[in-house]
Ligand binder design. Structure first.
Ligand code: PBG
Length: 333
């Protein structure tokens, strides 16, 4: 007698028995074109220097970037996102605004070596300031803080300088209030009305960024980023408010960051804003943990990485920024 569940008439294992059926009933797809590869470019760098905390990732000189882009051109990736390590840092992060800045030069190399590849630039100040914070500092009621409104003007200038150097898309990551609107106005005023903005809209103050701060040499020299990045324990509705505001200010694509510990946020953003392209940033710590365990033979890197990327897609991400982009493109080929 069948019980009320329908068993034995209903056997869900029938959908799993044959690999061909499993393949047919899959609904989450992962393709190289969904993946964006982060690259670190170092002014005056010699060759490629492996990042100790991120095995398999490198700080590239401009010459090595040229070589890397040529190699990436044929992999069908969704794009690259560039991070710069300037020759010198100062209190205002002036390299970020210079037409001869490291990212500006890197963008030129990228567009020359792989003209068909989408080149995204991260717009923020933490890699360029001597104090490592994401904007200008000021004293506010006896406390040193990032001066939100003074930083906005600089973000607009940085974005325009990147667009002039060849950036196809601008990705502001500093979590300043009003940053998307300021950047949109600055781009439009300079004639870049067709340059999209991918906003790091819901970006949390996360320990999972640890290895990145080695990679980009961008650790805050004092304090932390909790007065601008989101509190992991805050109400998920706050992430929706961040997204809503950024969209109202003109964001074209929205990002949630980190990814794995924030799949619930990805899902809520996807459900609340169905038509909006949504990116997830599979951050440095998520990568390094798997690398470290794989190096000890404790975990299968390829299977774990692909499963993580599928989980992000299933939670609603249309695009994923990931250090596995290049490897995954080969695994998926
Ligand atoms: C800020 C920025 C950070 C990351 C991307 N853009 C670091 C931070 O906010 O501290 C982190 C990426 C990662 O961990 O992989 N420019």
């Amino acid at each position: 007698m069948p019980d009320s569940s329908g068993f034995p008439t209903t056997r869900l294992r029938r959908l799993r028995y044959l690999p061909q059926v499993r393949q047919l009933v899959r609904s989450t797809r992962l393709a190289p074109s969904d993946l964006i590869y982060p690259l670190f470019v170092k002014a005056g760098g010699r060759g490629r220097e492996e990042i100790a905390s991120m095995p398999g990732q490198f700080q590239l000189s401009l010459e090595e970037l040229d070589r890397e882009m040529t190699e990436l051109a044929g992999l069908g990736l969704g794009g690259v996102i560039l991070f710069g390590l300037p020759a010198a840092k100062d209190a205002t992060g002036s390299d970020a605004l210079s037409d001869q800045g490291i990212v500006q030069q890197a963008l030129a190399v990228t567009k020359r070596a792989a003209p068909g590849m989408l080149a995204i630039s991260d717009v923020c100040f933490c890699e360029y300031t001597s104090h490592g914070h994401c904007g200008l500092l000021h004293e506010h009621h006896g406390q040193t803080d990032v001066d939100n409104d003074a930083t906005l003007e600089l973000l607009g200038r940085q974005a325009v300088s990147h667009a002039r150097a060849g950036a196809d898309m601008i990705a502001p990551s500093g979590m300043m209030d009003g940053m998307v609107g300021s950047i949109r106005r600055a781009l439009d005023a300079a004639g870049f009305t067709q340059t999209p903005i991918m906003s790091y809209a819901a970006k949390y103050a996360s320990a999972f960024y640890g290895p990145f701060r080695d990679a980009a040499d961008s650790a805050p020299q004092f304090g932390d980023r909790r007065s601008y990045q989101m509190d992991p324990a805050s109400d998920p509705g706050q992430a929706l408010r961040e997204v809503e505001l950024d969209l109202a200010e003109g964001a074209d694509l929205i990002m949630v960051k980190p990814a794995l510990a924030y799949l619930d946020i990805l899902r809520s953003v996807r459900d609340r804003f169905p038509g909006v392209p949504l990116a997830a940033y599979n951050v440095s710590g998520e990568y390094s943990m798997v690398k470290a365990a794989a190096a000890r033979g404790w975990i299968d890197e390829r299977a774990t990485a692909l499963e993580s990327l599928v989980a992000m897609r299933r939670a609603g991400a249309s695009a994923i920024l990931t250090y596995w982009a290049k490897d995954a493109a080969r695994w998926l080929a």
